[in-house]
Design a protein around this ligand. Structure first.
Ligand SMILES: *Cc1c(COP(=O)(O)O)cnc(C)c1O
Length: 393
């Protein structure tokens, strides 16, 4: 018999009733150190007092009004994002998938309005993840995601990750945009080198193509800059944001330059819930904390410490781990053991991690994880790896 919850997830036998900072707590009181943070969502940990205040204050005032009216919290958050980034304008969504939908529509509308409606193709890369809508799965194109769900939304060209010749060959008079995650998340924490992001920007400028960055996972302070592309010193024309921006409340956004967004006039797009007062009040509170030099300096310091300790962990368990990769607090342990076994051994040691493709275990802790908690995380990961070492001898 089918379970009452559609069984699209194979869930771990864990169930949390409470969160406190970097910790998740079960009904019997057992505590787990959370290095997954709801998959890069809880950037300020669980039940952060500033976010709880922002949400409860807004909840007592006004939950929802339609986008038929002005929403001051939405205006405030849009102004903050425009001020802090390359963008001139923002549309709010409830998720990363919805941000992907708009990014695709915006890129195509841009060329349509320019009188080149044949430019509809969007170039994407193997191992990418852009959400689970029809456009999202067509964009990523992996067999695992698309099989059985055809006919797929046409107009996506999939290229091998890092193949510069293939990229040049695929860039034609029908190319509308290039869509890329500056750091692949689901694909196994694969960092696109700064040089390559610069090269992509140059290629797009040469051909007038739009550059879309998907920073749903790597954005909002995760890599130690507010957005990951800032490390490379280039900017996109369109950017997708979600996950961390709501700190755990559903919120996403598409940021764009005035030129890229020029086709999106009244009536071309909309959302009932997108940019509602509750989500945007929390988003503003997240920005107040995360979009400051002091906070991002702290992320870089903690990231350096965690990475250094992870290198030590890998060196002590060569049967289990191969290497550390990633940027900031978006780190991956490339495994020799099965990554799912490493995640499971973590459960037994009460530390939560997230598997990714390419046999990688992801570490995406709250960005305000403490140094003591980093030490505790390493102790627990070491315990998990020792259990696997033992199982293999
Ligand atoms: C999670 C994710 C998405 C999809 O976001 P949802 O909020 O799950 O719809 C899109 N792109 C990237 C890079 C992601 O990590």
């Amino acid at each position: 018999m089918i379970p009452s919850i559609l069984p699209t997830y194979s869930r771990a036998p864990l169930s949390f009733v409470k969160g406190e900072g970097s910790w998740l707590i079960e009904a019997d009181g057992s505590r787990y150190l959370d290095l997954g943070a709801g998959i890069a969502v809880n950037v300020l940990g669980h039940a952060n007092p500033a976010l709880v205040d922002a949400l409860t204050h807004q909840a007592q005032t006004l939950w929802h009004v339609s986008n038929l009216y002005n929403i001051p919290q939405q205006q405030a958050l849009a102004d903050r994002l425009v001020e802090a980034t390359f963008a001139d304008t923002v549309f709010f969504t409830n998720s990363g998938t919805e941000a992907c939908e708009l990014a695709v529509k915006m890129a195509r509308k841009y060329w349509y309005e320019k009188g080149q409606p044949e430019r509809t193709e969007i170039i994407t890369f193997d191992g990418s993840f852009h959400g689970r809508s029809s456009a999202g799965i067509a964009a990523a194109g992996s067999e695992k995601m698309v099989k059985g769900f055809g006919p797929l939304l046409p107009g996506f060209v999939h290229l091998p990750f890092g193949d510069h010749d293939a990229l040049r060959a695929a860039t034609t008079q029908t190319t509308a945009a290039i869509l890329i995650e500056p750091v692949q998340g689901e694909g196994g924490i694969r960092v696109v080198p700064d040089q390559c992001l610069k090269g992509l920007r140059d290629l797009c400028d040469t051909h007038g193509i739009l550059l879309i960055f998907d920073e749903v996972q790597c954005g909002m302070g995760r890599t130690g800059k507010l957005f990951a592309h800032e490390w490379a010193g280039v900017t996109p024309d369109i950017m997708m944001v979600a996950k961390g921006i709501g700190g755990g409340f559903p919120l996403g956004a598409v940021l764009a330059t005035e030129a890229a967004a020029s086709g999106m006039v009244a009536g071309t797009h909309g959302s009932t819930y997108g940019g509602n007062p509750l989500a945007c009040a929390v988003g503003c509170a997240v920005m107040d904390i995360v979009a400051t030099d002091a906070f991002l300096d702290g992320v870089n310091r903690r990231a350096g410490l965690l990475r250094q300790k992870l290198e030590g962990l890998v060196a002590s368990h060569p049967q289990v781990f191969e290497s550390v990769r990633g940027a900031g607090l978006m780190l991956g342990l490339k495994c020799r053991a099965l990554n799912s076994d490493v995640v499971k051994a973590g459960y037994a040691a009460h530390v939560l991690t997230v598997p990714a493709a390419d046999n990688v275990v992801r570490l995406l802790p709250p960005l305000n994880i403490t140094e003591d908690e980093i030490a505790e995380a390493i102790a627990r990961l070491d315990k998990a790896a020792s259990a696997l070492d033992q199982a293999n001898t």
